[in-house]
Design a binder for this molecule. Structure first.
Ligand code: FAD
Ligand code: NAD
Length: 464
């Protein structure tokens, strides 16, 4: 095979693309991965999951020391000072280590990195930096970028997107977050813990759309208790730069009198949109749907034979682990194996404190499908959470009333992001709530709340 010919060319080296490329190479396919960024790992490793979690972790440590949580445990730390430069250095170190790690994995697995922007010139040809490449199959994994808000132009100083919000060189006095979704609450939490006043302006009547209704309501209550200010059912209609900051004009979502909110920094986090600009989709004979996504079938096939798509550029939740699992599955399909992703069981986690997590159907969605039973257990009654003084939240299990099969699990708990894995695994194995209730859980762990919520489905938790 010529150097410019491959079995598979993957476009984009985010969690979808780099995983697909590594798996394809592991399965013996001659594989290249095209990436236009200087480093591999896509949004997630460079400007998403990893740097945000580094700052969430660091800011939590700062808050524990600064607000006397450590002192209450008998750990006296004296005068607490914020060294924001050191915090940013820690974030960069995490990103650098992991993105270099992908480069190492590419070398180890013999994946060729084609550096530059990939653009289809035909359905079986791709131009990268002036060279034309061909492949038996292509996988589009070009990911997503921030959705802009007209009238609130991002300058990455006063008006920032998530990337700018990870890089702020000073703690803003007043941070106004537009959009009460995952990014707004995670990055809002970072700057709140470091001392900013944070106001969240949300178009809908509740934060965290897509999550279970009770979880959304309870999360709102917890964040308010932490000092977040919420302006729900409110839309931003414009932003004006003032001498010291930004004057935002807002009005009720349903229409009504406008007012202004003064901010030092504004974070625009109203969602993300698929990346297809400049990809030459027309030359490949591909179209996007109304939401700009590339539609695929169950096997990630697009409308054009030989072209597949995975991750944020396709419909479904925009999550790194969804993209990764699709990466593995598509590579296995291309290697002639069976590759499957169960899209009904994709967990989602908000890494605030406490964490918020869910998998499967919300109670509202499950009710629409038929009769259900619900079991709930408060973290207040979980011995480990109580010992650790992390009593906010609950676990809720939604099961089919007749078969008892678990349809969805939702939780707010300090370590919900870790606890949700057992729920996903149980659902993947088709568990009933009784299966979970009769599984021995180690004591004392937060996970015992999952067992007790399962017991509550039939009305008999022990500790509540
Ligand atoms: P991306 O990661 O977006 O990667 C696509 C890559 O393709 C990019 O590197 C891009 O440069 C490249 N590319 C695009 N077009 C071309 C082209 N034509 N030629 C060459 N290269 C191209 N998800 C989670 O599950 N957990 C989290 O905690 C989490 N935190 C997040 C925090 C933030 C602040 C953000 C913004 C996102 C977060 N996400 C999180 C979402 C997660 O980052 C995405 O779902 C995930 O990165 C999608 O993976 P992907 O491979 O589809 O695309
Ligand atoms: P999101 O969809 O989670 O939230 C956007 C919010 O903005 C919604 O509540 C929406 O109602 C609101 N909104 C939309 N237009 C508005 C307007 N004009 N004014 C006020 N509010 C408005 O989007 P996001 O927070 O930007 O995150 C983007 C994607 O990144 C998400 O799909 C998410 O899955 C992913 N992400 C995941 C994680 C994680 O898994 N922990 C973390 C960060 C980002």
């Amino acid at each position: 095979m010529a150097e410019t010919e491959f079995d598979v060319i993957v476009i984009g080296a985010g969690p979808g693309g780099y995983v697909a490329a590594i798996r394809a190479a592991q399965l013996g396919l001659k594989t290249a991965c095209v990436e236009s960024r200087e480093t591999l790992g896509g949004t997630c490793l460079n400007v998403g999951c990893i740097p945000s979690k580094a700052l969430l972790h660091a800011s939590e440590l700062f808050e524990e020391a600064n607000h006397g949580t450590l002192a209450k445990w008998g750990v006296k730390v004296g005068n607490v000072e914020l060294d924001l430069d050191a915090m940013h250095a820690g974030r960069k170190e995490a990103v650098g280590g992991l993105t270099k790690g992908i480069e190492f994995l590419f070398k180890k697995n013999k994946v060729t990195w084609l550096k530059g922007q990939g653009r289809f010139t035909a359905k079986d040809r791709l131009d990268v930096a002036g060279t034309e490449y061909s492949a038996k199959n292509f996988v589009i994994a070009t990911g997503s970028s921030v959705t802009p808000l007209p009238g609130v132009e991002i300058d990455q100083e006063r008006i920032v997107d998530s990337t700018g919000a990870l890089e702020l060189q000073k703690v803003p006095g007043h941070l106004v977050v537009i959009g009460g979704g995952v990014i707004g609450l995670e990055l809002g939490s970072v700057w709140k813990r470091l001392g900013a006043r944070v106001t969240v302006v949300e178009f809908l009547d509740q934060i965290l759309p897509g999550m279970d209704g009770e979880v959304r309501k309870e999360a709102n209550k917890i964040f308010k208790k932490q000092g977040f200010e919420f302006r729900l059912s409110t839309k931003v209609t414009g932003a004006e730069r003032t001498r010291d900051g930004i004057s935002l004009t807002v009005e009720p979502a349903a229409g009504g009198a406008a007012e202004t909110i003064e901010a030092d920094v504004v974070l625009v986090s109203i969602g993300r949109r698929p990346n297809t600009d400049g990809l030459g989709l027309e030359a490949a004979g591909l179209q996007v749907n109304k939401r700009g996504q590339i539609e695929v079938d169950h096997d990630f096939r697009t409308a054009v034979p030989g072209i597949y798509a995975i991750g944020d550029v396709t419909p479904g939740p925009m999550l790194a682990h969804k993209a990764e699992d699709e990466g593995v599955a598509v590579a296995e399909i291309l290697a002639g194996q069976v590759g499957i992703v169960n899209h009904d069981v994709i967990p989602s986690v908000v890494y605030t404190f406490p964490e918020i997590a869910g998998v499967g159907l919300t109670e509202e969605q499950a009710k629409e499908q038929g009769e259900i039973k619900v079991g709930k257990f408060p973290m207040m009654a979980n011995s480990r959470a109580k010992t650790n003084r992390e009593t906010d939240g609950f676990v809720k299990i939604v099961a089919d009333a007749r078969s008892d099969r678990v349809l969805g699990v939702w939780m707010i708990a300090s370590v919900a992001g870790t606890m949700i894995a057992q729920a996903a695994q149980a659902m993947e194995f088709g568990a009933t709530s009784e299966d979970i209730a009769y599984t021995c859980h180690a004591h004392p762990t937060h996970s015992e709340a999952v067992k007790e919520a399962a017991m509550a489905v039939t009305g008999k938790p022990i500790h509540f």
